[in-house]
Write a protein that binds this ligand. Structure first.
Ligand code: AHR
Length: 660
């Protein structure tokens, strides 16, 4: 913050000492000439299971280590009485299960508690679906009790919901019970299961699960409703998944393999989550991926939020930060399975239901194709090993699925030798888009709005696949000022719609108790979620994306915070569906400004009648690390039709002006 504040103060002082009135900007808009079409894929979302975004976050499963497959088999569980772990269960890829043996006396119990993700939290009165696979191995009927327990309760009973389930079969059978807690547990809750007295016979339990009934769209293997709704509310054009570094893995064995994430959830193998240990000061030894949220669920979510799915696959390179040099590379003669994974994925998403992978999609509940159009191969790779490996993917996909657009990578940084090298290689390989990543400070974003003005208009398009303004002086907490810089920068994405086909902020989610990386778009705990000002910037762009760019200049130049432009950034779109002109303006200066919006060559038949202004202004407590940004105001006024409009934009504001 200091730097920007300093810059802005210096700017204000300079303006004052120069006697520049603070300030009037004449913004010219070529209203009669709709330019480049805004791609349907603007503006999007990037999901990665970082910060407990998947398990413990969007994926609504409330129990940790539900299949007893963590390396420490009972991680997340506390057992009591006589229990044992066995490994000849019904799901071959998740063979462990727990046996509850009789406790040895009629007043004693055997059972276990699950501590959930940072505890089990529930809302009183809501319904929760408990399920487990169970059997009574010696064939005698038995009963288990399932309870939601609030150990801190000062009420009479610590159990605030309870159900008894009869286990009568020797065969593994799925049992469910709906729990309706009588009151909230905000912190410290557990899910308890125990043999009911007289506990004369053992019971085996496997894949023990608890979901809210009220998930997004009511899916049983579902997503948290509030979080999925927040995604839908952005009206995203594209949804990139499942990472990020997750795709690469720390070792080849723990790279993301989509084939392990489809089919019955009970049999999807656990995967290490590399964000567990990535930052030793934010070490979460219990961070794994259950893969309950897998590629089927990602495709379905994309469809349900109206976004084009964009899966990212491993290119045969493991994380290059963690595996120096050649050790990161799969030998070329072992690459085929990675290429097959890519080709098979297209079949899983789009193939007919009589193909192997198309049939699995249908069996999982979606016979219609998911309409996959894009596939990214590789995340943040660098060096010649990347194009060398990408080439056979491109060949295979072009041959078998020429309809799929291929996204290549330009590495982890938005400039420099590695970046230039990869862009050159991506052009040679003729990929359709190149993924760029930029986590940079305020100055970079403020100075970057012309970045794409200079890009070649031919060849691969740009996918700004991961970006966020990392504020220098507030320890990367979400911060209004960083969002303002993003808003300013994004006028450059919009102006260059003919080059930038997609853009996705990163990362998307963070659990307040389990984050590794910030800033993030949406924060939450187990019950509530909070939207950041960066979220609203993304949303304001996305819901106002229009259909065509209109040339917009300030004193003849792109309005991009250039010298003499008083910290003003602007871009305009025409929306041919809604008959609206939409002007977005960021004022990053410390002064309010007068903007003369001059619609040039406004078609004669067009009369602008209404101006709707949505204004995002700096909060009074500018240093606050905060989210739940609410300071968005929308006003509407009737206007004349002379094509010239004057508006006042407050200091440090982002405004969307819509002319109907
Ligand atoms: O978004 C967090 C991480 O940043 C991604 O996993 C990776 O691609 C980038 O380095």
């Amino acid at each position: 913050m200091k730097n920007i504040k300093t810059t802005l103060t210096a700017f204000a002082l300079t303006m004052t000492s120069l006697g520049v009135s603070a300030a009037t900007s004449n913004i010219d808009i070529e209203a009669g000439k709709p330019g480049a079409k805004i791609p349907d894929t603007m503006y999007g979302l990037f999901f990665e299971d970082i910060n407990f975004a998947g398990d413990g976050g969007l994926y609504a499963e409330m129990l940790i280590n539900r299949s007893f497959e963590f390396p420490q088999t009972l991680y997340g569980w506390k057992t009591f009485g006589k229990t044992e772990i066995r490994n000849d269960g019904p799901f071959e890829r998740n063979p462990h299960y727990v046996r509850l043996n009789p406790a040895g006396h009629r007043v004693k119990y055997s059972g276990l508690d699950n501590t959930g993700f940072f505890s089990v939290a529930v809302n009183g009165g809501e319904e929760y679906r408990f399920s487990t696979w169970a059997r009574t191995p010696d064939g005698k009927p038995a009963k288990i009790r399932v309870e939601l327990v609030d150990p801190a309760a000062d009420e009479e009973s610590v159990a605030i919901a309870s159900k008894t389930i009869d286990i009568t079969s020797k065969e593994w059978t799925k049992h469910t019970a709906i729990l309706r807690p009588s009151r909230d547990i905000k912190e410290g809750g557990v899910l308890r299961i125990f043999l009911v007295k007289p506990d004369e016979t053992p019971v085996d339990l496997e894949h023990v699960s608890l979901f809210p009934v009220n998930t997004w769209r009511g899916h049983e293997n579902g997503l948290r409703r509030d979080l999925a709704q927040a995604l839908a509310d952005i009206k995203p054009g594209v949804f990139r998944f499942p990472g990020g570094c997750i795709v690469e893995g720390t070792e080849f064995g723990d790279r993301y393999q989509w084939k392990n994430t489809v089919g019955p959830v009970e049999n999807r193998p656990l995967n290490l989550n590399r964000w567990q240990f990535e930052f030793p000061h934010r070490f979460y030894p219990d961070y794994y991926q259950s893969n309950g949220l897998g590629f089927y669920e990602y495709f379905l979510l994309s469809e349900e939020i109206g976004a084009t799915p964009l899966p990212v696959l491993n290119v045969g390179i493991v994380c290059q930060y963690e595996n120096p040099g050649e050790s990161a590379l799969v030998p070329m003669d072992s690459l085929q399975q990675y290429i097959d994974d890519a080709v098979d994925l297209v079949e899983f998403a789009n193939g007919a239901t009589d193909t192997k992978w198309g049939a699995l999609r249908a069996e999982m509940g979606h016979p219609e194709p998911f309409g996959l159009k894009y596939l990214a191969i590789g995340n943040e790779q660098w060096g010649p090993g990347y194009p060398e490996r990408l080439a056979p993917f491109v060949k295979a996909l072009r041959e078998k699925h020429p309809e799929i657009k291929i996204v290549g990578s330009s590495g982890p940084y938005p400039d420099g030798d590695d970046f230039d090298y990869l862009w050159k290689e991506m052009r040679k390989l003729d990929v359709d888009l190149v993924d760029e990543h930029y986590y940079r400070n305020e100055d970079w974003f403020a100075n970057g709005a012309t970045r794409y003005d200079k890009y070649p208009r031919k060849g691969p398009k740009v996918f700004a696949g991961e970006y966020a303004c990392h504020g220098k002086n507030h320890k990367k907490f979400n911060h209004y000022n960083a969002s303002l810089m993003e808003a300013a920068f994004m006028t450059g994405l919009e102006r260059n719609a003919d080059v930038v086909e997609m853009a996705t902020y990163a990362p998307l989610f963070a659990h307040e108790k389990g984050w590794q990386w910030r800033p993030d778009l949406i924060w939450y705990d187990n019950l509530d979620s909070h939207l950041t000002s960066s979220y609203f910037v993304q949303q304001l762009y996305s819901v106002n994306k229009g259909t065509n760019v209109l040339k917009t200049t300030l004193d003849g130049q792109p309005a991009a915070g250039l010298e003499g432009q008083n910290g003003i950034y602007a871009s305009t779109v025409w929306d041919s569906d809604k008959n609206e002109y939409i002007v977005k303006v960021a004022n990053i200066s410390g002064e309010p400004q007068t903007l003369n919006l001059n619609f040039k060559k406004l078609p004669k038949k067009v009369k602008l009648t209404t101006l709707t202004t949505t204004l995002m202004s700096a909060p009074s407590d500018k240093m606050a690390r905060y989210y739940d940004y609410q300071d968005l105001k929308t006003t509407e006024q009737a206007i004349g039709d002379n094509g010239k409009y004057t508006v006042e934009i407050p200091a440090e504001s982002f405004a969307v002006y819509k002319f109907k």
